[in-house]
Write a protein of this length. Sequence first.
Length: 404
Amino acid sequence: MKDTADIATKVIHAGKNDNDQYGSLATPLYQTSTFIFDNAEQGAKRFAGETQGYIYSRLGNPTTRELELKLASLENMEDAAATATGMAAVSAALLANLSAGDHLIACKALYGCSYAFIKHQLSRFGVSASFVDMSNKDEIEAAVRPNTKVIFLETPINPTMEVIDLQMIADISRQHQLISIVDNTFLTPILQQPQKYGIDIVVHSATKYLNGHGDVVAGIVCGSASMIEHIKSAVLKDFGGTISPHDAWLIIRGLKTLAIRIERHCASAQRVAEFLQQQPWVKTVYYPGLASHPGHGYVGSQMKASGGVIAFELEGDIKTAEQFINHTQLFSLAVSLGDAESLIQHPASMTHSAYDQHERQAAGISDTLIRMSVGLECVDDLIEDLIDAYQQSTITSIRSVSNQ
Ligand code: 3LM
């Protein structure tokens, strides 16, 4: 494969070990915990880093390595480290770059467990954090302290779908010598490559679009060769959040269709968002692909398209939202996103329940917000499902009022 190959080619061919002894087309699965040394001297040299070779699957594995090289290529970064979950990727990137006494700046709204990790876990180790509105350059700059080391964000943000300017974040990071970390889970390298702007580290929950089939939890961190070496030796080796080779193998398989899956997710989500926007029973739709979205200007530049996640609010109260998500059929009522199956959930009580009421309000996550991940089903069926759910939920609400 040429370096100039399109990303749709890279998802299939990048990282592949062309020297497999049997010429296997599919990546072999090295489902082994440990590797046998030829002799004591070789084992000692591998431990000392004096010769190449595998030792033990927590430290490295040939199947896992293919996944890492593939993701590094897709994100245009030098190297990558695969992890047991997305949270292991987020925590490894942060733990490797923060020590007691340090400070980081994070986005006010983040995936609930990333927020909880920064707020409740890093603080136990003497790392402080400021949560800011990252669309506001002045607010970010005002939060920088002499001990600030890292800036951490998602774009679009889970679940508010706000878009953050990556060039602005990279510029601020360079100016203040901060390490910038972007969670690229929602868009994947097919739609957004933060490295182009000078972002230092990209993390993913590979559980989502990268795998795409809802049967794995995993994560990945991409960055410079020295940064990944540091993350592996300082965190993954001793904290132990490395990926299982079987999960790496499933993600390599899932990745082959990433480009075509993302195309379908984007096209269907755009249709669903436009449909919702026209309904009198829908109050607001948050999807960057809509001209009414404040981040719409970034679509076609920073982000190739808007991805498959939509957030929206219905007219009515939290009960209306609950009734609605209780009545979808094709949209399964489940957290997560990026799967073939469409999913729907209620961030305030589910994915973002780690925020208290006050923090959620400050982060712009309302109690009536619904988040959906538009899957690969026929979009007409999905729209019909939403119409049916609305009708069923209205009937249920009328019944419960008349029964009172
Ligand atoms: C969710 N999100 O439904 P894992 N970064 C982002 C994420 O969305 C997530 C992670 C990291 C959801 C999971 S909630 C219990 C289910 C932007 C996960 C963490 O550790 O692989 O789950 O990734 O929004």
